[in-house]
Design a protein around this ligand. Structure first.
Ligand code: ARG
Length: 577
């Protein structure tokens, strides 16, 4: 549609030049004024002429009338003036021919804004904390992050996906103490990250008990944990060995979830990697006079920007979350020379990002404005909020496993082959969760209801994938190849062609707003248009060969675009369900 709008705007601007004089209105200005009338009887595209009246020194009625005679375009079956509006009616056949032709010739590049050529985007997402649960709260960063990566890749950017693992910090001191006290190799090897989380939860509880039992909130276990972490920081071989092992065990487990989602990271450089890169940044801050001492801690005062202070060093000289992020950003800039660095985290971290982005600016790094924080809202399950500290949380892997097994039960009847059934259930089950999650604007807090996500009748992932599978089976049945002919088309075909035509605009919007849900909603629009067409028009059985050819081509184009769109939101498109 945007293309047709642009073309129309160019034609209008030429006519304006001829009839009203040069240099009055650019094609871009006109394109921005074009509207889709709410009532289709009026036209498919319209130019309200009221705002032009001042520039062109004529009445809107007059302007519309003059232009209606002057503008000619083969894709419009009529151009008329009515009450100060210039109305364009599209010729369905000519329009669909162009759109479908473009989809089929561009194939899986159709819809790409091609704006990223030669540019690099670094995306920091998922990034779970080792030995803490990888839970449903991470669903957002994982799938929004990956979808943004796919969208940017689609636009031609070179993308670097970074999993900034939480693989460093005092929790490792606690874990080492807990493991030495209660753990053993075999149990951890078998139980994996769950076992580590158990140990972590157990020591946290034990520390709490000790603190409550002592008068001055003292906990020997907490002291021991700090001591073990200090040993780790100083390179103690035994502790380093344990730490590497804990990270490895956790990563192995995360990989299983990533594999289900088709996610691969380009870098797993986690928090630990930046330990030796922080002093230089702290030094720079100090030399620039940006550090202030506040109750023993080193901070950057952000009063002027209405933000609380950004903590750089604790009283004991240890570094903090912002310090590490600053060092990581500097490293990534030199390593990848990014044009954009995107960070996807829950909105609870928005202040943290605003603060350290500001500090980067104050440090004189001229790329501070290339840092983008993409926040998202909270998730609850069946109305229950998550408890994070207690270990009583819904793990991401369990959420997916549950969805997969439910689909498996339903699919077993149709797919007696166990492996095939499992493969389909994985695609549909995982897709259902991703689709459900990405249906809402990312900032919205959502309540996750499994039944809603898995339903086949509703605006769900299974419904979208089912529609895709339907295009495949229609094409198989039709047997022959299709191209767009001059056969007159009905509104069903026309609406489908229109849905296909807006895909590039939607991709642009999704990238501009960092909002994958734009694509999810687009998939629903396209699926609805296709299903209406499918129910109303016979495709493989159409007797008119010209019309049949057009309908097959429309189906092929739908399959192409649906497949691309599903891919952009981390979903698979199975040919059979
Ligand atoms: N590991 C952190 C968490 O789970 C998220 C890290 C986000 N990325 C960053 N560069 N700070 O809360």
């Amino acid at each position: 549609m945007q293309q047709l709008k642009n073309k129309t705007a160019r034609l209008i601007s030429l006519s304006v030049e001829k009839n009203f004089g040069e240099g009055l209105l650019t094609a871009e200005e006109i394109a921005a004024m074009l509207e889709y009338p709410p009532d289709r009887a009026m036209g498919d595209v319209a130019l309200p002429c009221f705002r032009l009246s001042k520039t062109l020194r004529r009445s809107p009625i007059d302007i519309a009338k003059t232009l209606a005679e002057a503008v000619v375009c083969e894709e419009y079956s009529s151009v008329t003036a009515l009450n100060g509006y210039l109305n364009f009616k599209i010729s369905p056949t000519a329009f669909a021919k162009r759109v479908v032709g473009e989809v089929l010739s561009k194939g899986d590049r159709y819809g790409s804004p091609e704006c990223g050529e030669g540019r690099t985007v670094v995306l920091d997402y998922s990034s779970p904390n080792v030995a803490k649960p990888f839970h449903i709260g991470h669903l957002g960063t994982t799938v929004i992050g990956h979808s943004l990566k796919l969208l940017h890749e689609f636009a031609g950017y070179k993308c670097v996906g970074i999993n900034y693992l939480g693989d460093w910090g005092t929790q490792f001191g606690k874990l080492i103490v807990a493991y030495k006290m209660w753990g053993d190799r075999k149990t951890v090897e078998e139980g994996g990250v769950d076992e580590l989380v158990k140990l972590y939860v157990r020591i946290n509880n034990a520390i709490k008990d000790e603190e409550e039992a002592s008068e001055n909130k003292k906990s020997p276990l907490a002291d021991a944990s700090r001591a073990e972490f200090t040993k780790l920081e100083h390179g103690d071989e035994e502790n380093l060995e344990l730490w590497r092992w804990f990270v490895g065990v956790s990563l192995e487990e995360y990989q299983k979830t990533y594999k289900l989602l088709g996610i691969e990271f380009d870098s797993y450089k986690g928090e630990s990697f930046y330990t030796d890169k922080m002093p230089a940044q702290v030094e720079k801050l100090r030399n620039m006079g940006l550090l202030e001492i506040d109750d023993g801690a080193s901070i950057v005062n952000l009063d002027k920007w209405n933000m609380p202070v950004c903590l750089i060093l604790k009283r004991d000289g240890s570094t903090l979350y912002p310090t590490r992020d600053i060092a990581a950003a500097v490293y990534r800039k030199s390593e990848y020379n990014f044009d954009k660095a995107i960070y996807v985290t829950s909105a609870a971290q928005s202040l943290h990002f605003a603060q350290w982005f500001k500090v980067v600016e104050l440090m004189g790094y001229d790329w501070y404005d290339k840092l983008v924080h993409v926040p998202y809202g909270t998730v609850s399950i069946n109305g229950a909020k998550l408890a994070t500290r207690t270990g009583n949380v819904i793990l991401l892997k369990d959420l997916f496993a549950e969805a997969i097994s439910r689909v498996e039960e339903i699919a077993a009847e149709k797919h007696p082959d166990k492996d095939e059934c499992r493969a389909i259930a994985e695609k549909v089950g995982v897709g259902a969760i991703v689709f459900h999650y990405l249906s809402n604007n990312r900032m919205r807090d959502i309540n996750f209801v499994m039944e809603d996500a898995l339903s086949f009748d509703g605006n769900t992932g299974p419904y979208a994938q089912y529609t895709y599978a339907r295009t495949t089976s229609v094409l198989e049945k039709a047997g022959s190849d299709g191209v767009m002919t001059d056969a007159p088309l009905s509104d069903y075909e026309f609406e489908l062609a229109k849905a296909l035509s807006v895909f590039p605009e939607r991709v642009n919007a999704a990238i501009a707003d960092y909002e994958p849900s734009v694509i999810t909603r687009y998939i629903l629009d396209l699926a609805a248009a296709f299903n209406r067409f499918y129910h109303e028009c016979s495709i493989a059985g159409c007797e008119d060969t010209e019309l049949k050819s057009s309908r097959i081509a429309l189906t092929k184009a739908t399959r192409q675009v649906l497949g691309t769109a599903l891919h952009l939101i981390c979903m698979q498109s199975p040919d059979k369900i």
